[in-house]
Each structure stands twice: as structure tokens, then as C-alpha cells.
Design a binder for this molecule. Structure first.
Ligand SMILES: [Fe+2]
Ligand SMILES: [Fe+2]
Length: 389
């Protein structure tokens, strides 16, 4: 059977093909010698069993194997079962798949419609389920290392969505060690879609790293509501995921724990747990993941800088667990730079808008409490800088 055109296929590495068990997908080669005129021919059927020697022979004979797009989910599931493939390789393949689906809605050249959104959500769910299979036991520190080893695409559109999904999965796992895979996949899917509403914001505003006008920034701030609107459209109700929960994370990930966020000014537990988790994942990824420009923070400084948001922007209990899972301790005395209180990871930054820490007036009752907590040590430190009369 020969099929023309490559949009229905994706390429796979020969090393990622399962051996000695029934193969859950058909294998194709591209027999065309012209790059513009693909001709795919099936060389091995779904359900057949390949021995290692046969796979090695494929490797020697064919430059690349292909699988039907419609069998991508089967390919991903079999990939994560392969013990000899390192997790970074698996995660990279899964990330590529997620990007294929995300691009169905984020690609500016494509005309958006709800059918495409449904396809994107179903595809992202498959990718996220596979990702959970790889990272379900990862600490947040391991997730950060893994993110650093994955291939880089387009930070604001794809990398960031996938990174936030991975952080959300590992933060929920850190909070609830006995959580099941379905719940991890649910927060992962919500996380990957958290900035979905940005497809309704003009690209020239989204990609402008300079100072935005108030109107432009107000428009960016509409993305949580736009995302919710897109998800709750009637036609999407047949998509086999919990849209209600996903839309909570999408619409509430910019709410602040102290009620100062947007769009609803929700506070504390009125903000869905997933959204409180995503708020940390969103900002942490924005300040630590390398992009095409300079100015990201290392883990220590990121933790110290973000600790200022604990109890204000972030749920303090979740932030504490986040810090512990990174094997870090907040060291306030080393904080020399800070992010402005209204720092928003949604808007592009040429450089992180860090500023020297401003002196803050400490209320007398806070000083009293500090003395109570730290006893003599605190008193010695407090007076050590005073000149003797
Ligand atoms: Fe956002
Ligand atoms: Fe974001």
C-alpha cells in the first residue's frame, strides 16, 4: 500500500521500535527519492512481531521509519514501555507530539475552529498521559533538570506550556504522594492549556517585549477568560476530558492567594487547587527557563526571589512543599534582587524586570515576634551593627 503526502505521517527513530512483542502500529518508509513528492509504503504491519535483528536490518537499510498520525497514541504508549530508551529521549518525543497538537490551535497561519480545538485537546491528553508515565515519580528538581535537557522550540508558545504542565504534575505529586495517574494527567492537561486564551490576543502584542500600553496589558490580562470561553463552547462537550476542571485552572491561574489577582480577584481556597499550583509553575518557569535572551535565575535565586510572593501571590503551603521538593531552603538574607509585585509571566520580557531589594519598614509587632522566635541570636544580630557610644 502506497500513500502520497507526509501530513498523515510522522517520523520515528528505528531505536524506538518495540521488539519481541506485537507491534501496536504499522511501520512505513518513504520510498520517494524527491523531497517534494513523498510516497509512503508500509513495510511492517500492526500486530506483527519484530526480532532485534530485523530492526537492526531496518536501521541499516532505511534512513527513517514513519508511523501514521492516527496511530501516534499507540506509538507513544509503546515508547514509554521501552526500558532501554532514556527518559530524556522519551520526553523529547512526547514533547514533539504535544507541539504537533498545540500547533493546531497556536499556529497563527491556521484558521481556528472548535473542531481543531477538540483535536488539539484530545492529542494533548494523549501526550500528557504518556508524559505522566515517564515523570510520575520525578521530584520537582528532576523535572527542572529534565526540562533543561529537552530540545527547545518557541518559548512563549510551546516550551512554556509544556514546562508548566510538567511542573504542575510534579507539584501535585509532591503535595499528594498517593495521587493516581488520572489526576496527574488531568492537571497536566490543564497545565498545558493554561495560556490557551492567548490565541485570541493579537500576536504583535504577545510578542512585544517592550513596554506595553495599559490597554495592551489589559488585553493580555483577558487571556484566562478567553481560554475559559473557548473551552466551555458547546461543541467541545464531547471531548473525553473533564473540561470543567481544566477551565478552572485556565481561568484562575492568574488569581492571587491574597485576592489581588485577576480576573475574578478570588482568594485562598476559592481558587481551585490546580490553579494555585499552576500559579507557581507559571512564574517559576518564566524566571528559570532559558530563552533566546539573557536574564534567567538559577534555582537558589529563583526560590529566594519568589519567596516574596508566598502568602501573597502563592499559596504558602504549596510554595513550601515546592521549595522542599527542589531540595532548597529559602535564604532571605541572600535576597538582593526582587521582581516587582505586579510581575506578570504572561507578558514577554526581554530581560527579567529584576530590581534591587527596596528597604521595607518593619512593623513593631513583627519585630517583637521575630525576637520571640529567635531569642538571643536575633537580639545579638540586631544590635551587632550599632556603633558604641
Ligand atoms: Fe497566563
Ligand atoms: Fe503562562
Amino acid at each position: 500500500m502506497a500513500i502520497q503526502g507526509n501530513s498523515d505521517f510522522f517520523s520515528v527513530g528505528v531505536d524506538f521500535v518495540v521488539v519481541n512483542v506485537p507491534i501496536p502500529y504499522d511501520l512505513y518508509i518513504n520510498s520517494s527519492t524527491h523531497a517534494v513528492n513523498d510516497r509512503f509504503v508500509r513495510i511492517f504491519p500492526q500486530g506483527g512481531i519484530l526480532a532485534l535483528e530485523e530492526v537492526m536490518a531496518f536501521k541499516a537499510k532505511y534512513y527513517q521509519l514513519y508511523v501514521l498520525e492516527s496511530q501516534r497514541d499507540k506509538y507513544l504508549k509503546s515508547l514509554i514501555s521501552l526500558a532501554h530508551v532514556p527518559d530524556e529521549k522519551k520526553a523529547d518525543v512526547i514533547k514533539d507530539s504535544a507541539i504537533v497538537y498545540l500547533s493546531k490551535v497556536f499556529d497563527a497561519d491556521k484558521v481556528f475552529n472548535t473542531e481543531l480545538l477538540g483535536e488539539a485537546i484530545s492529542g494533548c491528553r494523549e501526550s500528557v498521559e504518556s508524559m505522566v508515565g515517564v515523570i510520575k515519580d520525578y521530584s520537582i528538581k528532576q523535572i527542572q533538570d529534565l526540562i533543561g535537557s529537552l530540545s527547545f522550540h518557541d518559548f512563549y508558545t510551546y516550551d512554556h506550556s509544556i514546562n508548566v504542565s510538567m511542573y504542575c504534575i510534579s507539584i501535585l505529586k509532591a503535595l499528594k504522594p498517593k495521587v493516581d495517574k488520572e489526576e496527574l494527567a488531568s492537571i497536566g492537561l490543564a497545565g498545558i492549556l493554561h495560556d490557551l486564551g492567548k490565541i485570541k490576543i493579537p500576536t504583535h502584542i504577545l510578542n512585544n517585549p517592550g513596554k506595553l500600553s495599559e490597554e495592551e496589558f489589559d488585553l493580555i490580562k483577558k487571556h484566562p477568560e478567553y481560554g475559559k470561553m473557548l473551552l466551555l463552547e458547546k461543541e467541545l462537550k464531547n471531548v473525553d476530558v473533564d473540561i470543567e476542571v481544566i477551565s478552572r485552572l485556565v481561568s484562575e491561574h492568574h488569581e492571587n492567594y491574597d485576592g489581588s489577582g485577576y480576573p475574578m480577584k478570588l482568594a485562598k481556597e476559592d481558587i481551585h487547587l490546580y490553579a494555585r499550583i499552576a500559579a507557581i509553575a507559571d512564574v517559576y518557569d518564566a524566571v528559570t527557563t532559558k530563552r533566546s535572551y539573557q536574564g534567567v535565575l538559577d534555582t537558589d535565586e529563583a526560590i529566594n526571589v519568589l519567596s516574596r510572593f508566598s502568602g501573597k501571590r502563592f499559596d504558602p503551603e504549596i510554595f513550601d512543599i515546592f521549595v522542599k521538593s527542589l531540595n532548597k531552603v529559602v535564604q532571605k538574607r541572600f535576597i538582593t534582587r526582587e521582581l516587582p509585585e505586579d510581575f506578570d509571566p504572561s507578558s514577554p520580557h526581554e530581560n527579567l524586570p529584576l530590581q534591587p531589594v527596596k528597604a521595607r519598614v518593619i512593623a513593631p509587632d513583627i519585630i517583637k515576634n521575630e525576637e520571640k522566635d529567635f531569642g538571643k541570636v536575633s537580639v545579638q544580630v540586631k544590635f551587632s551593627g550599632l556603633k558604641k557610644k
